[in-house]
Design a protein around this ligand. Structure first.
Ligand SMILES: C[S@@+](CC[C@H](N)C(=O)[O-])C[C@H]1O[C@@H](n2cnc3c(N)ncnc32)[C@H](O)[C@@H]1O
Length: 477
């Protein structure tokens, strides 16, 4: 199988370079921009891996894609966990469909729909397993419940399939949405054509591919931390066709549609995918002249100002930050949920000027197989780096007491509140014995002095409504 590695390091490789410019200059292109995500020193090629001699750490390749997480083994373990979880979840979904199918009372059309869904769900699991075989899943074993209970270091709301629809949008649904994304950047790309571009949070890779194919950039690096999206992007842009199921939100026809995912043409030399964390980018300072953040700035947990400083560091003098997507920050602190004017002010404070911002409405995740579709009013900006700013500290996903495991767990107000709520929840759940009613339980809660008589019954009812709803809903990861 060909990969970005081939595209970059094997000049004249005919898997993906059929009519591409020669890749002889590209063998050093990635090396020139890479730096250790732990200490910022240069990386050296070490066989198939990249190596930081100072940290004594090898960064492997997974499916041919450089795996440049600061803790490469921990990240591998986490993504294995997410894959394992996704496969278990799919199998549970399949079993639920199979259980419905066992009923003798189904209409023929319902039976046919469920049979299709069951077959597709099983087959989808096999396809995902095969595609992600390079993660070496067999090195992992844990139960579904363990995965639900343990929240690992990658953000817990970012699962393997969180942006799964993007794969189909990027490589199968047609050009409307992809063209609209590129159009949001078009004027800036014409005004300042990139030589070295970085797409942060590149997802399934279409925008990075389009940018690379429509400009003369010598190097376009597409960074994401999701191996499913990056592996599909890498393989498709090398000219492969991949088949994966789409499960439309509101099916117009079949509940599962087997899609052929393909790029319009193999990518020319110089398009590279890397798997890494956007908070700890594995790049030298000033490595790029364009950084693009499509639909990213508002989903990262760090404050926007910090991201501004990080993007600043990645850009050379006069380099441009091109952004587009929504501004839907969800920080716990309302002060951090910026609007466009606050973003502009943060950009200026962090060394950017000549800021041109725009708004436009575009179609968003409108599958031809679904009745569901969105339109989003996106914000885009182009901002020029005018000066360096103070380096921000390295990102730490978790506090030290959690990483080391030897310091005391802090008794914060939030933890105290959560502990009390958990004790009450555990007590309520222990009362479920298949015989007690809500009224019986309310009496026990009052006896335990957990609540007053007036509070107990309504509180129990709303607690059980939530449990009832949760039990009906598929849990996401
Ligand atoms: C809303 S999606 C946008 C994807 C793509 N840019 C697009 O427009 O289709 C956000 C992307 O950012 C990636 N992402 C989120 N947090 C990240 C992080 N800390 N490091 C790297 N990628 C991240 C996700 O995996 C996902 O692909």
């Amino acid at each position: 199988m060909s990969s970005a590695r081939d595209r970059l390091e094997i000049p004249g490789d005919d898997h993906c370079l059929s009519d591409a410019p020669t890749a002889t200059t590209d063998s050093t292109a990635l090396r020139e921009v890479l730096a250790c995500p732990r200490c910022d020193a240069s990386l050296a090629a070490a066989g198939a891996a990249w190596r930081c001699a100072g940290c004594d750490v090898d960064f492997p390749r997974v499916a041919g894609i450089p795996w440049l997480f600061a803790e490469p083994n921990a990240a591998l373990g986490e993504w294995r966990g997410r894959l394992h979880f996704s496969l278990q979840k799919l199998e549970r979904d399949r079993q639920t469909v199979a259980a419905s199918l066992a009923s003798a009372l189904l209409r023929p059309a319902t039976r046919a729909r469920l049979e299709t869904l069951e077959r597709a769900t099983r087959n989808h699991g096999e396809r995902l397993r095969a595609l992600l075989a390079p993660l070496q899943l067999e090195q992992h074993s844990a139960s579904y419940e363990t995965h639900l209970a343990l929240r690992t270091r990658l953000p817990s709301d970012q699962g393997l399939t969180t942006y799964y629809a993007n794969i189909h949008r990027d490589w199968c649904w047609g050009s409307e949405e992809n063209d609209a994304s590129l159009a949001a950047l078009d004027a800036s790309l014409r005004e300042a054509p990139p030589r070295r571009a970085l797409v942060l949070g590149a997802g399934a890779g279409r925008l990075a591919y389009d940018l690379h194919m429509r400009t003369a950039a010598a190097l376009t690096v597409a960074l994401d931390f999701n191996p499913l999206l990056s592996i599909v992007a890498d393989r498709v842009t090398c000219g492969e066709t991949i088949e994966l199921y789409e499960f439309p939100i509101a099916p117009r026809g079949d509940a599962a549609v087997l899609r052929k995912l393909a790029a319009p043409a193999p990518a020319r030399a110089g398009l590279a995918f890397v798997l890494a964390d956007a908070h700890r980018t594995p790049f030298r300072r000033r490595a790029f002249d364009v950084v693009v953040t499509p639909w990213l700035v508002d989903i990262l947990p760090e404050r926007f100002d910090v991201l501004c400083a990080r993007v600043n560091a990645l850009l050379g003098d006069g380099g441009r930050w091109l952004n587009f997507g929504s501004l839907s920050f969800h920080d716990a602190d309302p002060a951090a949920r910026y609007g466009i004017d606050e973003c502009r002010a943060a950009l200026e404070e962090n060394g950017f000027g000549d800021i041109a911002a725009d708004e436009r409405e575009i179609p968003y995740l409108s599958s031809p197989a679904s009745r569901h579709a969105r339109r989003e009013r996106i914000v885009s900006w182009s901002a020029r780096k005018e000066r360096d700013v103070k380096k921000v500290p390295r990102y730490h996903a978790l506090p030290e007491w959690l990483v080391r495991g030897t310091d005391p767990v802090p008794l914060s107000d939030a933890f105290r509140g959560q502990a009390a709520a958990t004790r009450i929840h555990a007590f309520l759940m222990s009362l479920i014995d298949g015989r007690r009613s809500i009224k019986d339980m309310a009496k026990l809660v009052v006896e335990q002095r957990l609540m007053t008589t007036a509070e107990a019954e309504p509180a129990l009812r709303s607690f059980f409504i939530k449990m009832h709803d949760d039990s009906k809903r598929g849990t996401t990861y």
